[in-house]
Ligand binder design. Structure first.
Ligand code: FDA
Length: 308
């Protein structure tokens, strides 16, 4: 109920107008988003790199239906690629196709994505296409496969364990040696599409992560295990050890500002850790999804409001 309500707010324009209107709200979001500017981002990347955590960077924004906004997003990514390359950070980038005009025209989005991938490839940067709600899943997979068919080796994709279809998708994608980030899934989905019970989402995550690790062992893909879930992380570590999969064949991925002690602990144990670092002014939907994941976050938000 709580999750459904927060996810409803994440898409409600009226809620966005109210919450983003408060300067204080913007400051409270800094727990999950380092800031709105490129300088804020660079500072965050430096700090994470200094403790051996690599990053994947996302320019916040999604569900764009205006071509000018899509062009602005592409330009922002191209500038960002130049900037992070000039700093010589070991950075990847993450992109939402709905921010590149997928809702306007698949062909337009394809052309924009190609420009980003070309520039990223020139600078040795991997680009992960984030997965959005189920109305996008097939279109995102299709575009990903088209980019791979065009020869882009630097494009990666995300699979969500809450979708019934994900087992078949992961089998198909690992056969093609795709680079995959596995996560649970952050959107509100109907029971006809996604497991409604957390237990099933977790069990599927474990099943899929074993497929990914087996494929990685055979040199087919380099998976990102994207979760903050202690139990699943422990299962991944144990499985990798028992099946002799070296820790440099995969990485753990976590969101900026979440379970930072766990991130540090994994690094200390010799695992690779990458933080997903979002930045920019369009933080509302991302922030509300983080609220939805954990009721305690709402308390954190409200108590900061009251305190200040
Ligand atoms: P779960 O929600 O069970 O949480 C396990 C524990 O982690 C909690 O008990 C808590 O301690 C901590 N935790 C989790 N979320 C928290 C939060 N918001 N605040 C504080 N603590 C929290 N989704 C998607 O649909 N498409 C995508 O492309 C991506 N991309 C992505 C990249 C990366 C690097 C990560 C880590 C996650 C995503 N996600 C995503 C989000 C993902 O689907 C999922 O919603 C969140 O990771 C939360 O699920 P957990 O696996 O952490 O488990």
């Amino acid at each position: 109920m709580y999750r459904a309500l927060m996810l409803y707010f994440s898409r409600a324009l009226w809620a966005k107008r109210i919450i983003t209107g408060f300067e204080l709200a913007r400051r409270v979001t800094q727990r999950f988003i380092p800031g709105e500017t490129e300088e804020d981002l660079i500072k965050a990347i430096r700090k994470l790199n200094s403790v051996q955590i690599t990053t994947t960077v996302d320019i916040l924004g999604e569900s764009i239906i205006n071509k000018d906004e899509a062009i602005q997003t592409v330009d922002a990514y191209l500038r960002l690629i130049k900037r992070i390359s000039s700093e010589q950070f070991p950075v990847w980038i993450s992109v939402k196709l709905s921010a590149l005009g997928l809702d306007i025209s698949p062909q337009l989005c394809y052309n924009y994505m190609r420009r980003i991938l070309q520039s990223a490839r020139e600078h040795g940067i991997q680009v992960t296409i984030d997965m959005e709600d189920h109305t996008y899943t097939q279109r995102i997979i299709d575009l990903f496969l088209a980019m791979r068919a065009e020869g882009f080796e630097n494009v990666r994709i995300v699979i969500q364990s809450y979708l019934y279809r994900s087992y078949a998708d992961i089998v198909m994608l690992t056969e093609g040696s795709a680079g995959i980030r596995l996560c649970k899934g952050a959107y509100k989905e109907p029971a006809s599409i996604a497991y409604p019970k957390k237990h099933d989402v977790n069990a599927t995550f474990v099943r899929l992560l074993k497929i990914l690790l087996d494929a990685a062992k055979d040199g087919r893909g380099y998976p990102g295990i994207a979760t903050h879930d202690d139990k699943i992380i422990q299962i991944a570590k144990t499985y990798a050890t028992q099946t002799h999969i070296s820790p440099d064949r995969f990485e753990f991925q976590m969101l900026y500002g979440i379970r930072t002690a766990l991130q540090a602990q994994l690094v200390a144990e010799g695992y690779r850790v990458r933080a997903y670092v979002p930045f920019g002014t369009q933080w509302f939907s991302y922030f509300m999804r983080r609220m939805a994941e954990r009721p305690a976050n709402l308390w954190f938000f409200v108590s900061n409001f009251v305190k200040r």
